[in-house]
Design a protein around this ligand. Structure first.
Ligand SMILES: C[S@@+](CC[C@H](N)C(=O)[O-])C[C@H]1O[C@@H](n2cnc3c(N)ncnc32)[C@H](O)[C@@H]1O
Length: 208
């Protein structure tokens, strides 16, 4: 996928936003050589598998100016960094339990000139703030995740859904959802993106 193909899914990006997205491949190639944050086979498919996948959350939840979002287990900055480019007036806090990954996030955010990103080397359980939304991808099963972030929601969001979790997941989730005991809403990314990669990809919403 090229940047132009990516942009067709998000018309109306400013030249600055387009330039920030276009900087991502070179930045991640550089940082991935120092500190591995993306698997080698995926780095060639950065726009589809990491950037567009992260932006799937935006199709479900258009974050509002002033809203706050926590990205738990962000790794090299997914889904937080692409969403922070797309929503420059929303505040993103990216945390990960591995310090060197947070170093990559900080360097990438700095190189992009993102003023709406903070990143800390912390476990989710240690975060002591409240957020409008909590986002995540590929960290753990919902049943384990939920207790980490329970009670960390503002409950003031005026958005299309109340404050809650937006978790990127793939595959058959029936067992995982049942085991978690949580009431979830499932949104299918194939309704928004044509690429085969999104065939089973979902955004799982859980009210906070
Ligand atoms: C498979 S990686 C996914 C990274 C990124 N979200 C992505 O999709 O590319 C899982 C990440 O979760 C982090 N992690 C696991 N448990 C965590 C916790 N309790 N708090 C914060 N980060 C955690 C790990 O350090 C790791 O970087």
């Amino acid at each position: 996928m090229t940047s132009d193909q990516l942009f067709t899914y998000f018309p109306g990006l400013t030249p600055i936003q387009q330039q920030q997205f276009e900087q991502l491949p070179a930045l991640y190639e550089f940082w991935n050589n120092q500190i591995n944050v993306i698997s080698r086979k995926d780095i060639d498919q950065l726009f589809e598998r990491h950037v567009l996948h992260s932006l799937g959350i935006a199709k479900i939840m258009p974050f509002l100016p002033g809203e706050s979002v926590l990205d738990v287990g962000t790794g090299g900055g997914f889904p937080g960094i692409p969403l922070a480019i797309l929503f420059p007036d929303t505040k993103f806090y990216l945390v990960d339990s591995i310090g060197k990954k947070i170093k990559v996030v900080q360097e990438v955010a700095k190189a992009l000139g993102l003023k709406n990103v903070r990143a800390s080397h912390l476990r989710a359980e240690q975060v002591n703030e409240k957020f409008d939304f909590i986002i995540s991808r590929a960290v753990t099963r919902l049943g384990e995740f939920y207790p980490w972030i329970k009670g960390k929601f503002t409950r003031t969001s005026n958005n299309t859904l109340p404050s809650g979790i937006l978790y990127l997941k793939g595959g058959d989730l029936a067992e995982e959802i049942k085991e978690s005991g949580l009431k979830v809403q499932q949104f299918y990314l194939k309704d928004y993106f044509a690429e085969e990669f999104f065939e089973t990809k979902q955004v799982i919403y859980v009210k906070g």
